[in-house]
Ligand binder design. Structure first.
Ligand SMILES: NC(=O)C1=CN([C@@H]2O[C@H](COP(=O)(O)OP(=O)(O)OC[C@H]3O[C@@H](n4cnc5c(N)ncnc54)[C@H](O)[C@@H]3O)[C@@H](O)[C@H]2O)C=CC1
Ligand SMILES: CC(=O)C(=O)O
Ligand SMILES: [Mg+2]
Length: 468
């Protein structure tokens, strides 16, 4: 099942005598596009101008539609707008005030001179920042642009649309105010210094799309040196949602995580964290695969963390490329690169294979290709069923952490979040196309929040109980 993902609006000037709308519709439909709206912009005796909104699911189809219409006699394409770009015009978020300033008296209260009294109070007791500033509800979404989705390193300016998008999702799903902050890439020490310097403003730090291996050191040090939650979303958000999806997928195929052979492909930020989370949840036979093939304890690696990784995975010391070690595997989880999984690889897996192809924006294999062979198929994308994406986690986990003013987000809180996500779907509801709740499920954020607060209180990292 393929879903439209690109949406263009063509403004067409059509000579009424020479071309009919039906001819345009035929071209669009023959190429596989869907006309979703038609607006008459101007109606003349001989000519009509119309905006035709078309959904297509890949860029080549979009181009073919445009070229075919251009060749049609009697039609001029006056303008092409891409709705994805349109929605980004001027950025996707803005700051707005909670208080109107209508006169000097009000101005004196929110600004100088009276604001000084609030400043002095906070200076005397820094905890008051949670009461009298945005700190209590605000998270920094910080990226250096070094691993943006699966695009690799791009300019920090170019990473902003993703970080703005994360901020929108924080707000919409959990009413968390989030600031996108993209910094120039620099040595881990410098990133740590910058984030620490920014931290007084925020109640939490969400690190995003920072490449591995530097992301590990940056997160670890910031966790040690700051007393607000620091959470690398690509590691832990992804791992939490992957575990949640896997628990429900295993329920469908009636397999136990402890006896499954699990391939994790792409041992970077997401792959390392997914593996750790699955081990915590009881997995015993995970094989990590990267560009060099399967990671095994018989070899020595230069990449930080890989020797430790190999030491706790691949108990049978299997060697070879993905197509070798995937044989008889019960589960494939890809957080690596587009198109690297083939149908024949899935066919070589054990019965009822579970395939999570989570690379964004293009997965390791598309659901259309995998569906005939995989029993359960998930991607990170919004346009297919079973979206295993960290968006399902970060709003709720930060909602909980902020509400109980947690000092950190620890393993217990992460596991609680994964179980909360999985149990949002009842056993009766779980099926091949519904292993994970939608981010629009009204219960999911609240249930993650509650579970996270409970775990934070039980493990002593909560500074308050919001429900008392
Ligand atoms: N669905 C979701 O929620 C999420 C998906 N992702 C996706 O996962 C992918 C990786 O993200 P990160 O872990 O943050 O990046 P990363 O750069 O830290 O790690 C990527 C790893 O994949 C490996 N890799 C690249 N090509 C490969 C290939 N052909 N075969 C095997 N391994 C290969 C790299 O060597 C690296 O170790 C990206 O596409 C990203 O969009 C990441 C986070 C969340
Ligand atoms: C979803 C996400 O955070 C990523 O692909 O990087
Ligand atoms: Mg990310």
């Amino acid at each position: 099942m393929s879903r439209a993902m690109m949406s263009i609006i063509l403004r067409l000037e059509m000579e009424k005598e020479n071309v009919s709308f039906g001819e345009i519709a035929t071209i669009v439909s023959n190429v596989g596009g869907d006309i979703v709206a038609i607006d008459v912009i101007k109606e003349g005796k001989h000519k009509t101008i119309r905006d035709i909104s078309i959904n297509v699911n890949d860029e080549t189809k979009q181009e073919r539609i445009i070229q075919s219409i251009k060749q049609l006699p009697g039609v001029v394409i006056k303008h092409i707008s891409d709705r994805t770009f349109l929605v980004h015009l001027g950025g996707k978020i803005h700051v707005s005030s909670k208080v109107e300033i209508d006169n000097r008296e009000e101005m004196s209260r929110v600004y100088t001179p009276e604001v000084a009294r609030v400043c002095e109070a906070i200076d005397e007791d820094p905890n008051l920042a949670y009461q009298f500033t945005i700190k209590r509800n605000t998270v920094a979404v910080i990226s250096d642009g070094t691993a943006v989705l699966g695009l690799g390193t791009i300019r920090p300016e170019a990473a902003m649309p993703v970080m703005e998008g994360k901020a929108m999702l924080f707000k919409q799903f959990a009413n968390v105010d989030a600031f996108p902050i993209c910094i120039n890439p620099c040595k881990p020490e410098e990133t740590i210094r910058i984030v620490k310097a920014l931290s007084p403003t925020f109640g939490g730090i969400n690190l995003e799309d920072i490449g591995s291996p530097q992301c590990f050191e940056i997160e670890e040090r910031l966790k040690q040196e700051l007393d607000i939650p620091v959470f690398h979303d690509d590691q832990h958000g992804t791992a939490i949602v992957a575990l949640a999806g896997l628990l429900n997928a295993l329920h469908i195929v009636n397999k136990d995580i402890a006896s499954c052979k699990i391939i994790v492909c792409g041992i970077g930020a997401a792959g390392m964290a997914i593996t750790n989370m699955l081990l915590t949840a009881g997995a015993t036979n995970i094989i990590g695969v990267d560009m060099e093939g399967a990671l095994t304890r018989d070899l020595s690696y230069d990449r930080p963390g890989w020797n430790e990784f190999a030491g706790k995975t691949n108990p049978q010391k299997e060697t070879g490329a993905l197509h070798d070690v995937i044989k008889d595997a019960d589960v494939f989880i890809g957080v690596s690169a587009p198109g690297i999984l083939k149908n024949e690889n899935i066919q070589s897996m054990a019965n009822d294979p579970i395939v999570f192809a989570l690379a964004n924006p293009h997965p390791e294999i598309t659901p259309d290709e995998a569906r005939p062979y995989a029993k359960v198929m998930a991607t990170g994308r919004s346009d297919y069923p079973n979206q295993v994406n960290n968006v399902l986690c970060f709003p709720g986990i930060f909602r909980g952490a902020l509400d109980c003013r947690a000092r950190e987000i620890n393993e217990e809180m992460k596991l609680a979040a994964a179980k909360a996500i999985a149990s949002t779907i009842s056993e009766d509801e779980v099926n091949e196309d519904y292993i994970i709740p939608s981010v629009f499920n009204e219960d999911v954020v609240q249930s993650i929040r509650n579970a996270v607060i409970k775990a934070a209180i039980e493990t002593g990292v909560a500074r308050r109980n919001p429900d008392q």
